[in-house]
Design a binder for this molecule. Structure first.
Ligand SMILES: [Mg+2]
Length: 121
């Protein structure tokens, strides 16, 4: 069973993502900010991280940079998830180490296709 860490400060988004991902047979964990997510990855790296951009405590971008510098036993794929649809944001995220991105609001088909692109569904 593949594992996904859903990182978003919105409880509603986490719930929606969890529902979709469990329907795709993922084992799902949640984190409410980048710091919680980093701790979760250091404790046990997931196969894939679904990552929000704007969060308190530690943003998605700061998390991404910290994740790529951390020495983990396995390197999670990162699907960056955002409402910021400017190409500059997407480019910055890819440069910081994101593997793919998905625009909010996303549905099951969209998320599944992005997970397929990174080899996770
Ligand atoms: Mg947010």
């Amino acid at each position: 069973m593949k594992s996904c860490l859903v990182v978003d400060d919105s409880k509603v988004i986490r719930k929606v993502a969890r529902h979709i991902l469990e329907g795709l047979s993922f084992e799902v964990r949640e984190a409410a900010d980048g710091r919680e997510a980093l701790d979760a990855c250091l404790a046990s790296p997931p196969d894939v991280v679904l990552l929000d951009w704007n969060m308190p405590v530690m943003s998605g971008m700061d998390f991404l940079r910290a994740l790529r510098e951390a020495s983990l036993s396995a390197k999670p794929k990162v699907v960056f998830c955002t409402t910021e649809n400017g190409i500059a944001y997407i480019r910055a995220a890819i440069e910081a180490g994101a593997d793919e991105y998905v625009m909010k609001p996303f549905d099951r088909e969209t998320l599944q296709s992005k997970l397929q692109i990174v080899g996770m569904a």
